[in-house]
Ligand binder design. Structure first.
Ligand code: NAP
Ligand code: ZN
Length: 347
C-alpha cells in the first residue's frame, strides 16, 4: 500500500484535520500523482456537511487535482514519471455501457465512482485531493500543458469542465445570447468560456460588487438579479442560460428570460428542490435541463482549448491550515473566484 496523508472531515460538520491513510499500490493501468494543488469546490462543502445525504467519514475532499506523475503501471501509455497531470471528479466507470462508450462517463449506467466520498466497484473507499498523492486509472488522468500556471489549472478539472460541457452540448457559439447565473467558481469559468466561444454573454448576480470583475471576465452585460425591473427588461431574450447557483432560488425568474426553444441548464446543486411553474415551460416551448461534470475526452479537449487560448481560473492560493476559514469565506462569496490549496503546506 502507499502511505498517504491529507486533511479529512471526521464526521458531519467537523473541522478538517490531519489524517493518515493508505491508497492501493498502482496496478498495471494506474497512474500515481503527487499532488501539488487542489481546488476547493462548493461540492466539497455540500458533501463535508452532508447537505445532499449519503456522506460517509472520514472524508478527504477534493476533486480538482494537479501534480506530477511519480509512478505508472506497466500498461500505462500516455504518462511517464515526471509528467504534469490532473485528476478530476471521476476515478472509475464501467467503460462498457452505451453512455461510457459515447464518452459520457459521468452518466455511466453502472454508476460513476467519485474521486472521494465514494467506493470503487471493488469496495475501496476513495479519498480526494486534500492530500499528498492519488492513484487513478490512466483513463481518468489528464495531460496538462506546461504553458499554463499549474495552480490556476486545478479548477478546470471540475468548475471548468462542468461549465464547458453544457455550453458545448447546447451549441453555444457566436450569434447566441447566453446568460450565466452566479459568479462563483463555476460561474466565472462559464463566463470565460461563453465569451471565448463568441456568444453575447450576460452575467446574473446577486452581488453588485462583482459587476466590474464580471465585465473583465467576459460579460457584455451584468444584471443584478434582485432588481426585478432589470430582470424584466430581458424577458424572452436568451437562447441558453447556465445556472451555477449553490443555494435555493427562483428558477421561474430565469425561465422567463428564455426565447422560443430556449434552454435553462442547471449545474448548481442546492440541497432543496427548485419548483418550476408549468407556464414557465410551455411559454416559448422552453426546456429545463441539467448537466453533470463532463466526459473524459471532452475534459481533455477543454484543457487543450484552455492551453491554446490561455484560459485558467482566477484563484486565491490557500494552505491546509486555513481550510476551515476558506470554507467560511466561500460560503460568504468572499473569494475571487476559486480557492486552491497549495499542498506544499502539508507537513
Ligand atoms: P460558489 O463558488 O460558492 O458559487 C456559487 C455562486 O452562487 C455564488 O458565488 C453566488 O453568486 C451565487 N449564490 C450563492 N448563494 C446564493 C443565493 N442564496 N441566491 C442566489 N445566488 C446565490 O460555488 P461553485 O463551486 O461554483 O459551485 C456552484 C454549485 O455547483 C454548487 O452547488 C456545486 O455543488 C455545484 N456543482 C455542480 C457540478 C455538476 O456536475 N453539476 C459540478 C461542480 C459543482 P453571485 O454572488 O454572483 O450571486
Ligand atoms: Zn466540483
Amino acid at each position: 500500500m502507499i502511505q498517504s496523508k491529507g486533511y479529512a472531515a471526521q464526521h458531519v460538520n467537523s473541522p478538517l484535520t490531519p489524517f493518515s491513510f493508505e491508497r492501493r499500490d498502482p496496478g498495471p493501468g494506474d497512474v500515481v500523482v503527487e499532488i501539488a494543488y487542489c481546488g476547493i469546490c462548493h461540492s466539497d462543502v455540500h458533501q463535508v456537511r452532508d447537505e445532499w445525504g449519503g456522506s460517509f467519514y472520514p472524508m478527504v475532499p477534493g476533486h480538482e487535482i494537479v501534480g506530477k506523475v511519480t509512478a505508472v503501471g506497466s500498461e500505462v501509455k500516455r504518462f511517464k514519471v515526471g509528467d504534469t497531470a490532473g485528476v478530476g471528479v471521476t476515478v472509475e466507470t464501467c467503460m462498457v455501457c452505451d453512455n461510457c462508450k459515447a464518452g459520457a462517463e459521468p452518466y455511466c449506467q453502472k454508476g460513476m465512482v467519485g474521486t472521494y466520498n465514494a467506493k470503487t466497484y471493488e469496495g475501496e473507499v476513495t479519498y480526494g485531493g486534500y492530500s499528498n498523492n492519488i492513484v487513478a486509472p490512466e483513463h481518468y488522468v489528464y495531460t496538462i500543458s506546461p504553458k499554463l500556471e499549474l495552480a490556476a489549472v486545478a479548477p478546470l478539472l471540475c468548475a471548468g469542465i462542468t461549465t464547458w460541457s453544457p455550453l458545448r452540448h447546447w451549441g453555444v457559439t457566436k450569434g447566441k445570447k447566453v446568460g450565466i447565473v452566479g459568479l462563483g467558481g463555476l460561474g466565472h469559468m462559464g463566463l470565460k468560456f461563453a465569451h471565448s466561444l463568441g456568444a453575447e454573454t450576460a452575467l446574473f448576480t446577486t452581488s453588485e460588487s462583482k459587476a466590474a470583475d464580471a465585465k473583465r471576465l467576459g460579460a457584455d452585460e451584468v444584471v443584478i438579479s434582485k432588481d426585478k425591473d432589470a430582470m424584466g427588461k430581458h424577458a424572452g431574450e436568451f437562447d441558453f442560460i447556465l445556472d451555477c447557483v449553490s443555494a435555493p432560488h427562483d428558477l421561474n425568474e430565469y425561465m422567463g428570460l428564455l426565447r422560443l426553444d430556449g434552454t435553462l441548464c442547471q449545474v448548481g446543486l442546492p440541497d432543496q428542490p427548485l419548483p418550476v411553474a408549468a407556464f414557465s415551460l410551455v411559454t416559448n416551448r422552453r426546456s429545463l435541463s441539467g448537466s453533470m461534470i463532463g466526459g473524459m475526452r471532452e475534459t481533455q479537449e477543454m484543457l487543450d482549448y484552455c492551453a491554446e487560448k490561455n484560459i485558467v481560473s482566477d484563484i486565491e492560493l490557500t494552505s491546509v491550515e486555513k481550510l476551515d476559514e476558506a470554507y467560511e469565506r466561500l460560503l460568504k462569496g468572499d473569494v475571487k473566484y476559486r480557492f486552491v490549496i497549495d499542498l506544499g503546506t502539508l507537513k
